[in-house]
Design a binder for this molecule. Structure first.
Ligand code: NAP
Length: 247
């Protein structure tokens, strides 16, 4: 898909970080962008407003919000060229003290709902709306899908689950002419990683990597240290656990 002008692109988690960089990049290339996040202002505009962008308030963890989002896409009357399941949250969870008041359980349910159930349900709901051939679904996973992060167990589980879902989705949709791309960010300099890590990619660099993946028809993009982590997982998983597991 070398040309984005006139294409319709749905981006979740669009209000900041990688999602915002994606919105700007696609709008700048002349795409019609439907941008979803929980936080949009009353008039539907955000600071990075543009005539190319339609903002929709949507909590992806809520089934009713997802239904309304899909309705908005349908009402454009155009096929959906690209869905980017980017919205995500990450919580530090200490599992060592039990869960007497069920607070941990609630946090785990929320994290799985946002990071796994929502992208799976949005992808499924969008299939009938996708351009075919040529539509693409992009699921944003993480390197923790490959190597768990001890302090973020639910996040690790959700991203590993999304990675497997992505693989199965790709196999099912290939005969329909719908491509599935997994985007695996390394550490990217966003609110999610504030105060930690060095040598982070900028959100714009991550967005550019996703766009390159779309242009080349790749099945996975893993910029920065991603390729090294993926190689190390098969060469020396114990070393990788030492390097990454206790972050
Ligand atoms: N930054 C990294 O180093 C890194 C590394 C690997 C993977 N990732 C993944 O990349 C994606 C983007 O992360 P980021 O770093 O850009 O994070 P971020 O700066 O925290 O932005 C997250 C975005 O998701 C939205 N969001 C959160 N919960 C939502 C919900 N329930 N419904 C709808 N939107 C929701 C947020 O907007 P509202 O709060 O307004 O809803 C925001 O726009 C995530 O899937 C993350 O797991 C990031």
């Amino acid at each position: 898909m070398p040309e984005f002008k006139g294409k319709t692109v749905l981006v979740t988690g669009a209000s900041r970080g990688i999602g915002k960089a994606l919105v700007d990049a696609f709008a700048g290339r002349g795409a019609h962008v439907i941008a979803a996040a929980r936080t949009v202002t009353e008039d539907g505009a955000t600071p990075h407003n543009s005539p190319q962008v339609t903002w929709i308030a949507c909590d992806v963890a809520r089934a009713e919000d997802r239904r309304q989002l899909i309705d908005s896409v349908r009402k454009t009357g155009r096929p959906l060229d690209i869905l980017i399941n980017n919205a995500g949250i990450q919580q530090a969870l200490d599992l060592t003290g039990g869960d007497p008041d069920q607070a941990l359980c609630g946090a785990i349910e929320t994290e799985l709902a946002v990071n796994l159930t929502a992208p799976a349900c949005l992808a499924t709901a969008c299939v009938p709306l996708m351009a075919r051939p040529g539509g693409t679904i992009v699921n944003v996973t993480s390197l923790v899908a490959i190597q768990a992060k001890a302090s973020a167990p639910a996040y690790s589980a959700s991203k590993a689950g999304l990675q497997r879902f992505t693989e199965a989705l790709r196999q099912q949709l290939e005969p329909l002419g719908i491509h599935v791309l997994e985007a695996v960010p390394p550490l990217v300099d966003t609110a999610m990683t504030a105060g930690r890590g060095k040598g982070k990619l900028s959100p714009e660099e991550m967005a550019a990597a996703i766009i390159r993946g779309l242009e080349t028809g790749a099945g996975r993009v893993a910029p920065g240290i991603g390729r090294v982590v993926i190689a190390l997982k098969s060469l020396s998983p114990a070393l990788l656990t030492r390097l990454m597991g206790t972050r």
